[in-house]
Design a protein around this ligand. Structure first.
Ligand code: ADP
Length: 294
C-alpha cells in the first residue's frame, strides 16, 4: 500500500507501508513521549481541520440542509453551446459529497467546460444543475462569490499571479476570505511546506518549473479549505515527483471529506487513485464506471 508520509526534512514522500491504519482520519498514530518515531505524521497534522461542520454554526446548518437534499451535485439534461458548437450535450449525472470523480475523454470532449459549470465559470445553455441543494440557474449575482468560495480550482495553466511571490499567491486567497495577513502568511507557509515548496517561498512564479508551479497552485486551492476541489489536468506532463506530491496532497485532502473532480487523460493517476470515471466524447456522456472499467 502506498501512503503519503513526511520524511525527516518534512517533505511529502510516497512510501510502501503496512501502517495504513495509522493515517486514517479518526486514528492518527500519535507518538507517546519517549516512543520511537515511526516517521509517519498523522493526517491531522497535514490538515489540522475537518470538513465536517462545527456543531452550531450557520455553516453547519447549511451543511445539514445540503445533506438532507441528497447528492452534492445533480445535473439534469445539461447542455452548453458556444455559437454553433455544442460543447456539452444533455448531460445527466449525480456526484455525492466526498466523492472522487474522474472526467476523461479526448481533447475537445468538453471536460474543461464541464468543470467550469460547477463554479459558474460558464453558464448552462439548457438544463439544470442543483449544487449543494440549490438550483444554480437561480443564484443571484450577490450569491456567486459565496458559491465560488466552496471550490478550490486547479487550472491546467496554473493561473498564478505573476507579480506576486509564491507565498503571496497562496496567502492572498486566505486574505480574500478575511484572514489577518499574519495568519494568512503562516498558513500559506505551512501549506507550501506540505507541497515541498518551502525553499521557493519567496521566488516569483515564472522562475519555477511547471511541476513546481502546479504544486503552488494545489497548495493555493487547498489552503482555503474548500468543500470541493476541481482540477483540470493537474498532473498532465509534470515531472514524476511533482505529480506524486500533487496526488498525495489531493488524496489527503479528500480523506478529510472534500469532493474532488479531476479532468484528466492521465492513466497513471487513475491507477494510483482508483475512483468513478465518466467519459465524455463530443460533449456527450458516453461511459461511466468504476476506475479501469471505462
Ligand atoms: P476539453 O477540456 O475536453 O479539451 P473543452 O471543454 O475545452 O474540451 O472544449 C469543448 C468544446 O467547446 C471544444 O470544441 C472547444 O473548442 C469549445 N469551447 C470551449 N470553450 C469555448 C469558448 N469559450 N468559446 C467557444 N468555444 C469553446
Amino acid at each position: 500500500m502506498e501512503e503519503a508520509i513526511w520524511d525527516s526534512q518534512w517533505r511529502l514522500v510516497v512510501r510502501k507501508t503496512v501502517l495504513r491504519h495509522s493515517l486514517t482520519r479518526e486514528g492518527p498514530n500519535i507518538r507517546k513521549r519517549g516512543e520511537k518515531s515511526t516517521g509517519i505524521v498523522p493526517h491531522s497534522t497535514l490538515f489540522p481541520f475537518s470538513l465536517r461542520p462545527a456543531r452550531y454554526s450557520a455553516e453547519s446548518l447549511m451543511s445539514s440542509v445540503d445533506h438532507a437534499l441528497g447528492p452534492q451535485f445533480r445535473f439534469f439534461g445539461v447542455s452548453k453551446r458556444f455559437g454553433a458548437n455544442l460543447a456539452l450535450s444533455n448531460l445527466s449525472l449525480e456526484i455525492e459529497r466526498g466523492e472522487w470523480l474522474y472526467v476523461t475523454g479526448p481533447s475537445g470532449a468538453g471536460k474543461s467546460t464541464f468543470l467550469k459549470l460547477f463554479y459558474l465559470g460558464e453558464k448552462t445553455t439548457s438544463g439544470e444543475i442543483l449544487a449543494f441543494g440549490a438550483n444554480m440557474n437561480r443564484l443571484s449575482q450577490k450569491d456567486i462569490p459565496f458559491h465560488r468560495r466552496r471550490f478550490g480550482i486547479i487550472f491546467q495553466d496554473f493561473k498564478l499571479i505573476a507579480n506576486r511571490s509564491v507565498m503571496e499567491n497562496v496567502a492572498l486567497v486566505l486574505e480574500a476570505r478575511g484572514e489577518a495577513v499574519a495568519m494568512a502568511e503562516k498558513r500559506a507557509k505551512n501549506m507550501l511546506r506540505h507541497a515541498g515548496m518551502e525553499k521557493r517561498m519567496h521566488a516569483m512564479p515564472q522562475t519555477l518549473s511547471g511541476g513546481e508551479q502546479q504544486r503552488v497552485a494545489v497548495a493555493r486551492a487547498i489552503a482555503g479549505q474548500p468543500e470541493v476541489i476541481l482540477a483540470d489536468e493537474p498532473t498532465g506532463s509534470l515531472d514524476p515527483r511533482s505529480a506524486d506530491i500533487i496526488i498525495n496532497l489531493l488524496s489527503a485532502y479528500h480523506q478529510r471529506g472534500a469532493t474532488v473532480v479531476v479532468a484528466t487523460h492521465d492513466r497513471e493517476l487513475m491507477a494510483k487513485k482508483p475512483a468513478r470515471v465518466i467519459q465524455l466524447d463530443e460533449g456527450r456522456l458516453v461511459a461511466s464506471g468504476a476506475g479501469g472499467a471505462v
